[in-house]
Design a protein around this ligand. Structure first.
Ligand code: CMC
Length: 429
């Protein structure tokens, strides 16, 4: 709590409101007693000015382009750590020492297999189903397979459910891919690390040995780290809201996946690559820039702009460098990367984008990388979901352990009819 206090004058009455301070970042005005004291609610569609919880996991300074996980800058983590280290950090608050990391990696690797019956469950989906549609269903269905980790009042069960979700997501995402191309599912190989194991389950076939390319593995690891958590974004807030009612963790993560699917959130990298392909040639960029600026045209530059970052997205820098690395390694000259770079260059020197503080976000280059690695666009959001599961799970655990959290129940400004009497159908005009 800070020493400051705010005051609201409503209908001639002064209402003192406590002010709370975090470690860094904006203070918050505590309005919890406002309704009791005044009978008024606050109005904030899209929660642009509302802190919904206290959290010690991730910090973003949108003006400065800073993203910290438990205090560590995202670029340092992307450069130096493994995805398992980041997962441990997000879950437990500190980077693990060697023993802690070994134990964590061992535990996660012992949960990578999924119940054999899940393979049958997959077969109920249309072959051409979108992987996100499959994942919403399959991850929700995990609650029916792992009853022994759905009691959210038991910290041990919460931990086991968290490990299961982090461990099984790569297996499920790879299965969704294999199913869509009609190839057999591959069992996990726990002699490989988290990312390499996922690449093998996705691109390997039972008949052949799959050799993991270290450059691709590093790129994938970075993509996973860059997507691991992002404060109280839409899908994380969805997971918290679902969890606030006491729903089991598998159901909550399925809710997060559903939210992530939208094109304004996790679906943006798919949309960004589709847009770059549609533009196709640097000569057509001005036409698309003009459309993005046209108020009467719903078109937006996908992969541009962010609710929070208003200077640059620190994740986008790492992505751009990784895109160059991967294309060089694979010896690919993709015109889409040329279009992306030129589009970024033109947009960043255009007053519309400068004035509105619109910069490339994490999704602008990730599609180019994933495409080069060989993922079809429909898989992009599923990869995001795989990585974000770590953040969702960490945020869900933090919420359950927080004694101040209540069931999420926003209020509204009602604009419908006031009370009126029922009219029999024959008497209606
Ligand atoms: N292209 C053209 N104009 C844009 C764009 C864009 N990509 N983004 C925002 N604007 C304009 C918008 O038209 C509005 O103009 P005006 O003030 O004249 O009405 C202004 O900028 C503010 O836009 P907003 O929609 O009120 O901003 P927001 O903070 O609510 O939206 C956003 C953030 C990410 C939804 C939006 O920038 C967008 O739709 N971007 C494209 C989709 C995208 O790349 N999403 C991925 C986000 S990063 C991944 C993640 O964290 O999930």
């Amino acid at each position: 709590m800070s020493n400051d206090s705010a005051s609201l004058n409503l209908a001639g009455k002064d209402v003192p409101l406590p002010v709370m301070s975090g470690t860094v970042g904006p203070d918050v005005v505590d309005i919890r007693k406002l309704y009791g004291q005044t009978g008024a609610f606050t109005y904030d569609p899209g929660f642009t000015s509302t802190a919904s919880c206290q959290s010690a996991i991730t910090y973003i300074d949108g003006e400065q382009g800073i993203l910290l996980h438990r205090g560590y800058p995202i670029d340092q983590l992307a450069e130096n750590s493994t995805f398992m280290e980041v997962a441990y950090l997000l879950l437990h608050g500190e980077l693990p020492n060697k023993d802690e990391l070994d134990k964590f990696v061992y535990t996660i690797s012992r949960h990578t297999m999924v119940h054999e019956q899940l393979a049958t469950f997959f077969r109920g989906f249309r072959r051409d189903a979108h992987p996100m549609a499959v994942l919403v269903g399959v991850v929700g269905a995990l609650s029916s397979f792992y009853h022994d980790s759905t009691d959210i009042t038991d910290p041990q069960q919460r931990l086991i459910a968290s490990h299961r979700l982090i461990a099984k997501m790569p297996t499920l995402v790879a299965m969704a891919y294999k199913y869509s191309i009609g190839q057999p599912f591959l069992y996990p190989d726990n002699s490989l690390g988290y990312t390499a194991n996922f690449l093998r389950m996705t691109f390997g076939v039972p008949a052949e040995h799959y050799e993991v390319n270290p450059v691709i593995e590093r790129a994938m690891r970075r993509i996973f780290i860059l997507h691991a958590d992002h404060e109280q974004n839409a899908s994380t807030s969805t997971v918290r809201l679902a969890g606030s009612s006491g729903a089991n963790p598998f159901a909550c993560i399925a809710a997060g996946i559903a939210c992530l699917w939208g094109p304004a959130h996790g679906g943006a990298n798919e949309a960004a690559l589709n847009m770059l392909r549609e533009i196709g040639d640097v000569k057509r960029i001005p036409e698309y820039i003009a459309r993005a600026k046209d108020k009467d045209d719903p078109f937006r530059l996908m992969g541009f702009g962010h609710r929070v970052y208003k200077n640059f997205d620190p994740r986008a820098k790492v992505m751009k460098a990784t895109a160059d690395e991967v294309l060089k390694e694979l010896n690919i000259s993709d015109p889409v990367l040329d279009v992306a770079k030129e589009l970024e260059h033109i947009a960043l020197s255009d007053s519309y984008f400068i004035d509105k503080k619109l910069y490339p976000n994490v999704d602008f280059y990730s599609g180019v990388i994933l495409n080069a690695i060989g993922f079809p666009t429909e898989m992009f959001t599923a990869l995001f979901a795989l990585a974000r599961t770590v953040g969702w799970v960490a945020q869900w655990n933090e919420m359950i352990a927080d004694p101040e959290q209540k069931i999420g129940r926003p209020r509204q400004l009602y604009t419908g009819s006031a009370q009126r009497d029922y009219v029999q159908v024959g008497d209606r005009k």
